[in-house]
Design a protein around this ligand. Structure first.
Ligand SMILES: *Cc1c(COP(=O)(O)O)cnc(C)c1O
Length: 458
């Protein structure tokens, strides 16, 4: 008999979670103005809002916490992080920041100015926010295949080289401060970018003399997909693939709350000393002194150790197989899901789930609310709310895909939880025809509105 797949870790500490009734959830979500961010975590049974900062640290990471060096300057924890970054990514210079968007804020303070154009593969919301905040423009150059949710393509995060060249051709190069490659591409479904594509981007960047920055929140998951799907990499280790990926980048920003399996943290790493020096000024202003940048020593230690654990194949296999387990279960039930499944989440195609609802009703948000009421499972909308308004016209931007993201925290839930989530969604699917009204906005912020928006039923 072939031995079945089993997790590559066991538990030694647990946290109690509590169920609630449907009636309680109906009241809670109304009080929360139909915004899942407004719920208390105690009102959620299984929390799939995000995989960011929600992972379970290992025993070794917790031991590293005890060894944290809290010296203001020159802490050993800083050097542990520096060594790990050099070892895995090959960058000599780095700046710690308190999380990923802080890394963007610091780096873009140096690089991005008004009227600039930043091409990339579907920029993450905070990335786009930091670009648009500076009155510059993020241009999405993702391949068209990424927007067809039923299409099987191994690297839906890839940049369309023709689209990219067009942007570089049609604009003066001084206005293009960088190309951003997001690995994996969060906003298009946690989809990976191939090494072949990274090489092509590098070639275009070199031709025009534009730096390439990797937005690296899920770099290890991207490497795992390269190993499994890209020709010529099956025999390479994750570490080797990561090193091949980053040999093609000039700098990176990282939200360590994802693939460094810590609860808070981030950094920028650079090949170029001069750029690091320019960014240092902003790091000191916004984040903290250069050798801690908004992180405590213990957090830097846990981060360095997290990077070591995340590039282990067994860890990645356990994680990504769990995501696929949930995806396959939903597919079995006939629920429209984005394929292939991403590294950190399963995405439900809300327009196909609720075809009767007009896009003005915030279809994905409506579905996410229904799932919460049904099962106490909190997912998140990746649709019109997140896409926000056009900064010039102030009109709603309607993205091609209305998605509900079920993000799986790292090393937190079991496959029984996955079964429960799938059953909850199946129940909503069975009564989908009864959902004839969506939601409308009653109050919203001028930027990144999805976090604080208030809604009510139409
Ligand atoms: C999470 C994330 C960020 C922002 O990082 P925070 O730590 O949440 O500030 C940036 N880019 C990508 C791709 C992300 O997934």
């Amino acid at each position: 008999m072939n031995l079945p797949f089993a997790e590559s870790y066991k538990m030694k500490m647990v946290e109690t979670i509590r169920k609630s009734t449907k009636q309680e959830r109906q009241e809670w979500i109304e009080t929360a103005n139909y915004n899942l961010f407004n719920l208390r975590s105690s009102q959620v049974f299984i929390d799939l809002l995000t995989d960011s900062g929600t992972g379970a640290m290992s025993d070794v990471q917790w031991s590293e916490m005890m060894l944290g060096d809290e010296s203001y300057a020159g802490a050993s924890s800083y050097y542990k992080m520096k060594d790990a970054i050099k070892e895995f990514f090959g960058f000599d210079y780095f700046l710690p920041t308190h999380q990923g968007r802080a890394a963007e804020n610091v780096l873009f303070s140096v690089l991005v100015k008004e009227n600039d154009i930043v091409p990339g593969n579907t920029h993450f919301d905070t990335t786009k926010g930091h670009i648009e905040f500076r009155k510059a423009k993020a241009v999405d150059c993702t391949i068209d295949e990424a927007f067809n949710s039923a299409l099987e393509h191994p690297f839906k995060g890839n940049i369309d080289i023709t689209k990219l060249e067009k942007v570089l051709n049609e604009n003066p190069v001084e206005r293009i401060p960088m190309i951003i490659v997001t690995v994996t591409c969060n906003s298009s479904g946690g989809q990976p970018v191939s090494l072949e594509n990274m090489r092509q981007v590098r070639a275009v960047a070199d031709k025009y003399g534009v730096p390439v920055i990797y937005d690296s929140a899920r770099f290890a998951e991207n490497a795992y997909f390269i190993k499994l799907r890209e020709k010529g990499y099956a025999e390479k280790s994750i570490r080797e693939i990561v090193s091949d990926m980053y040999a093609l980048a000039d700098a990176m920003t990282m939200s360590s709350k994802k693939d460094a399996i810590v609860n808070i943290g981030g950094f920028i790493a650079f090949r170029d000393k001069e750029l690091q020096e320019k960014a240092s000024v902003y790091n000191i202003m916004f984040e903290g002194y250069l050798t801690y940048g908004g992180m405590s020593g213990r957090d830097m230690n846990a981060l360095a150790q997290g990077l070591r654990e995340v590039v282990e194949f067994d860890y990645l296999e356990t994680r990504i197989k769990q995501v696929a387990y949930l995806g396959n279960k939903l597919k079995e039930y006939g629920i429209p899901v984005l394929e292939p499944f991403g590294g950190h989440a399963v995405f439900i195609d809300a327009k196909k789930f609720l075809p009767q609802l007009p896009v003005e009703h915030y279809v994905a948000q409506t579905l996410a609310i229904e799932l919460y009421i049904e099962a106490g499972v909190r997912g998140v909308e990746i649709g019109t709310l997140l896409a926000d308004r056009d900064p010039e016209t102030r009109q709603n931007r309607y993205p091609e895909l209305e998605l509900v993201r079920l993000a799986i925290p790292r090393r937190v839930y079991t496959n029984n939880h996955m079964d429960y989530i799938a059953a909850g969604l199946k129940n909503v699917f069975n009564r989908r025809h009864e959902i004839t009204n969506g939601l409308k906005i009653v109050r919203e912020a001028p930027i990144l509105r999805h976090f604080t928006v208030d809604l009510e039923r139409v």
